[in-house]
Design a protein around this ligand. Structure first.
Ligand code: GBH
Length: 489
């Protein structure tokens, strides 16, 4: 029980939006169907299948490439206002560049968008959710600044084709995860493993690519289409291990800046640029390590200006809270972004465990994160672009229900205290390919039978609870569905 809970019944306003999310690579399948090019994730896993815990692949996944109409039917059953999905860049541009276009790929997304609109569900489209075209990786990927142009070319084609029908755009999903796990280490594709510089170089280029596309939309499409363009950052809460301890509080603040701050500070803070504490620590360590300049690239004053304010909303993917303290020297290999940040992390003893090692339930963290954003970025416009919970397979998912209710309560409190939140998105609409965890961690409101050709989807208890919350706009802890049949038949 959290100390801030009381018995007041809070309600989501009528214009508050509810949604559910997915990502192309995790659900579509059809990995080489009808002219789709290879993505870095296709290559990463095909080259070395042992990278995935259960030895599975995303070659077919939920086969939404074929069954997207069923997905829309589920969204309709839930009663959501919008569906957050991503476009696979290599499905549209097999080699990443604008010269070769795969019309069948464009048609696929057109059909999906039309099916959503027919059912009065708004599309919220992420331009890139981890699956970079492999051909571009061969040119350096996010380490090559030319990618800012390549991303703009891709975005332009997408805006031209779908701009009329899509009002919510997200440039990137979790650039922090791409840079930290894909470039600094080899935990995620493309597995560049460039310790000490991978994350920072990638961060600069991906931020500038984001800003380029925000400016593009703002200049060429905003008047006409009246949409908005944001970015979704992995934004978990970092609390000091010991409360009421100034040293620990400082460490937690430092770690916030080394994780999400690296991406949010340049766009949402008043002064712009990478966070001061990150700049000074990396500069100092780089010098000690014999580099002639900081491993963190600098931003010119033009770049700082270009980045500042380059988002209509901040998408936050919030899952958990982590407790941090200063790491003893030598815990992390140096140079690396982990050594630069230099923390040791743990979880609250009583926080409920999910199926994922990194994910524990601590709803108060969402409340604190919102207050931090309000204070540091002067009440930015926020979308919760992801929040969710993993379990084993099975339809009775009481832990997911508990987690969802807890986080929605925390969100209601944050809104009551002034946070500007437009909407809340559950990760995920259905079970899907959970990156290097394969199908061993299930995040879905709907269960997917990966053994069946139809990839049969069945509503879990949490789907019925979410439907009820959307309908009533309140979080009723005692509410139980009468049966597990969501169709109402
Ligand atoms: C999100 O990442 C992703 O956007 C989404 O695609 C994914 O399916 C969903 O969450 C559930 O995971 O911490 O050492 O295990 C959430 C943040 C960052 C959590 C990377 C897993 C992997 C490294 N993720 N992290 S580790």
């Amino acid at each position: 029980i959290d100390c801030w809970s009381d018995n007041k019944q809070r309600k989501f306003k009528n214009d508050f939006l509810f949604g559910a999310a997915s990502a192309a690579y995790q659900i579509e399948g059809g990995w080489d169907a009808h002219g789709k090019g290879e993505s870095v994730w296709d290559k990463f896993i095909h080259d070395k299948p042992s990278r995935v815990k259960d030895g599975t692949t995303a070659d077919v996944a939920c086969n939404s490439y074929k069954f997207y109409k069923r997905d829309v039917e589920m969204l309709k059953e839930l009663g959501v206002d919008y569906y957050r999905f991503s476009i696979s860049w290599p499905r549209l541009l097999p080699e990443g560049l604008a010269n070769i276009r795969n019309e069948i790929g464009f048609d696929y997304y057109e059909n999906l968008i039309d099916e959503l609109l027919k059912n009065e569900i708004m599309p919220m489209v992420t331009l890139n959710h981890f699956d970079l075209p492999q051909k571009l990786q061969e040119l350096g990927g996010w380490m090559n600044e030319d990618i800012i142009d390549w991303f703009e070319d891709y975005a332009k084609l997408v805006f031209e084709r779908f701009g009329k029908k899509v009002k919510y755009w997200i440039t990137f999903n979790q650039p922090d995860t791409v840079c930290r796990y894909g470039y600094e280490t080899d935990f995620f594709a493309p597995g560049v493993n460039q310790k000490g510089t991978g994350e920072y170089t990638c961060a600069k280029n991906i931020l500038l690519a984001h800003a380029r596309v925000w400016h593009l939309y703002n200049k060429e499409y905003k008047q006409k289409y009246k949409g908005s363009v944001g970015i979704a950052v992995s934004l978990n809460w970092f609390d000091p291990l010991k409360n009421n301890d100034t040293e620990h509080a400082e460490v937690a603040e430092r770690y916030r800046q080394f994780t999400f701050g690296l991406y949010t500070n340049p766009i949402f803070s008043k002064e712009g640029d990478f966070p001061a504490v990150v700049k000074s620590i990396v500069a100092k360590k780089s010098k000690e390590q014999g580099y002639t300049k900081s491993r963190l690239p600098s931003l010119t004053s033009e770049e700082i200006k270009y980045l500042r304010g380059s988002a209509d909303f901040l998408g936050i993917n919030h899952y958990t809270t982590v407790l941090v303290k200063d790491a003893k020297q030598s815990t992390h290999e140096a140079p690396s972004c982990f050594d630069d940040a230099n923390v040791e992390s743990s979880y609250g003893e009583h926080w409920e465990k999910s199926k994922s090692e990194w994910l524990r339930s601590a709803p108060y963290g969402l409340y604190k994160a919102c207050l931090w954003l309000n204070k540091n970025y002067d009440y930015p416009t926020i979308f919760i672009t992801e929040n969710g919970w993993s379990t084993d397979a099975g339809l009775v998912d009481d832990s997911r229900v508990r987690n969802m209710r807890g986080y929605l309560d925390a969100l209601l409190l944050a809104i009551e205290d002034g946070t500007e939140v437009l909407g809340y998105t559950v990760w995920s609409l259905m079970d899907n390919f959970e990156w290097t965890s394969g199908y061993s961690e299930r995040f879905g409101l709907y269960e997917v039978d990966f053994e069946s050709d139809q990839r049969t989807r069945t509503a879990r208890k949490s789907a019925l609870v979410y439907k009820q919350i959307i309908k009533s706009r309140i979080v009723e802890h005692g509410w139980e569905p009468k049966s597990l049949d969501i169709s109402g038949k």
